[in-house]
Each structure stands twice: as C-alpha cells, then as structure tokens.
Design a protein around this ligand. Structure first.
Ligand SMILES: Nc1nc2c(ncn2[C@@H]2O[C@H](COP(=O)(O)OP(=O)(O)OP(=O)(O)O)[C@@H](O)[C@H]2O)c(=O)[nH]1
Ligand SMILES: [Zn+2]
Length: 200
C-alpha cells in the first residue's frame, strides 16, 4: 500500500460542534458532576468551541500553509528556533507543550518559504490528537514534499502534562525528538544546525 503523502492526513470529516458538546456533558455526568449547575451550564458548548480550535489541524493540509514561496536563489540554511508548540496527547487528551525548531537548506532552485509559514506548519500538525514523534516527522516530511529542499532538521522539545499532572507525575521532564532529512544528515551540517538550535 502506498503511504499517504506527508502533507495529507487531514480528515475529510467536518467538525460536529453539537456532538462534541453532548459528549462533554456526558463526560461531566460520568465524573460525577452536575452539568446543570450554574458554573457548568455553558461548559459543554464552550469546550466544543475550544476543541474546534485545538483540533483545527485535522482539517488543514500542509499545502494550505506553505503557500508563499520565493525564488531568492538562497542556498544556505534557514532555521526558525523556539516556535511555541501546544498539542494534545492522543493517549490521554491532555496537552503537551514546548517548542519546535525548524530548519532547512533550500533545494537547487533556491526556493524558500515565508518564515511565518514554518510556524503555521507546526500548528497544522500540533492541532491534532498527537504523539510527539509523529508531530516531528510530519513537519519534516511535509517540508520535504512541498519545498523539495536539500535538507531538513526538526527538533521538538515538550513537556507532557500526562506525565506531569497524573500517572508518573514527573513535572519538568522534557521529551526531545528530532527528524533529519537529506543533507542535514551530514555530520558537519547537522552540527551547524544544532548549534543554531542551542544558540551555541
Ligand atoms: N512515545 C510517546 N509516548 C507518549 C506520548 N505521549 C504520551 N505517551 C505515553 O503513552 C503511554 C501510554 O501508556 P499506557 O500504559 O497505555 O497508559 P497509562 O496507564 O495512562 O500510562 P501512564 O502514563 O504510565 O500512567 C505513556 O507511557 C505515556 O507517557 C508521546 O508523544 N510519545
Ligand atoms: Zn498522554
């Protein structure tokens, strides 16, 4: 079977806000709350609206955001560091958050994209139920597919609230994942990119 294109993966289904609100009301009942008490009366609708935003990436495709490209003939590394990441752990539906560093070396045609588009690309994949490893590789593979660059490096560092506020309860533990493609695998190039990531 052919694997899906990296840029894809967006679900075709539309967002059913009423259904989400019903499910939240049901969840409140299940945990022993009274969804009709004053403070909670608007909560199901509010959460349903918030989930529309939090999972908006399910209805986006990387090609939707990597729209602006420039032919600058720039062939050197471009790296945007410390892009804020807010995502949702698909195992527990609680947040994981931290930063992403996204770098690439343009292809032979020197085509580059707008810097903000790299941050938008992170959001396309972060705003879905996720695991950090998949988030990292999806960002890298989408860049490869759309920009056809010579190399890509993506590093994501996050704290998972499912490890902090419950379960093993280790607040402050940060998970670091990376995805390296093309010429970024070259030892010296990768070292240069990592020195840009760490600022050293
Ligand atoms: N690899 C990976 N694991 C994750 C990620 N987010 C959460 N997890 C882990 O998913 C695992 C789920 O394990 P389970 O044993 O099925 O669930 P659980 O009983 O709630 O596990 P605990 O969190 O250890 O209490 C846990 O070890 C989580 O730490 C992620 O992004 N990547
Ligand atoms: Zn989790």
């Amino acid at each position: 079977m052919t694997p899906p294109a990296a840029t894809g993966g967006a679900c075709a289904g539309s967002y059913d806000e009423e259904r989400a609100a019903r499910a939240v009301r049901e969840l409140l009942l299940a945990v022993g709350e009274d969804p009709d008490r004053e403070g909670l009366r608007e909560t199901p609708a509010r959460v349903a609206r918030a989930y529309r935003e939090i999972f908006a990436g399910l209805r986006l495709d990387a090609r939707d955001v990597l729209t602006t490209t420039f032919d600058l003939g720039h062939e050197e590394m471009v790296l945007v560091r410390d892009i804020e990441v807010y995502s949702t752990c698909e195992h527990h539906l609680v947040p994981f958050h931290g930063v992403a560093h996204v770098g690439y070396i343009p292809g032979a045609d020197g085509r580059i994209t707008g810097l903000s588009k790299l941050a938008r690309l992170v959001d396309v994949y972060a705003r879905r139920p996720q695991v950090q490893e998949r988030l990292t590789t999806q960002i890298a593979d989408a860049l490869v597919e759309v920009l056809d660059p010579t190399g890509v490096l993506v590093v994501v560092e996050c704290e998972h609230l499912c490890m902090s506020m419950r379960g093993v309860r280790k607040p402050g533990a940060r998970t670091v994942t990376s995805a390296v493609r093309g010429q970024m695998r070259d030892v010296a190039t990768r070292a240069e990119a990592m020195s840009l990531v760490t600022g050293r």
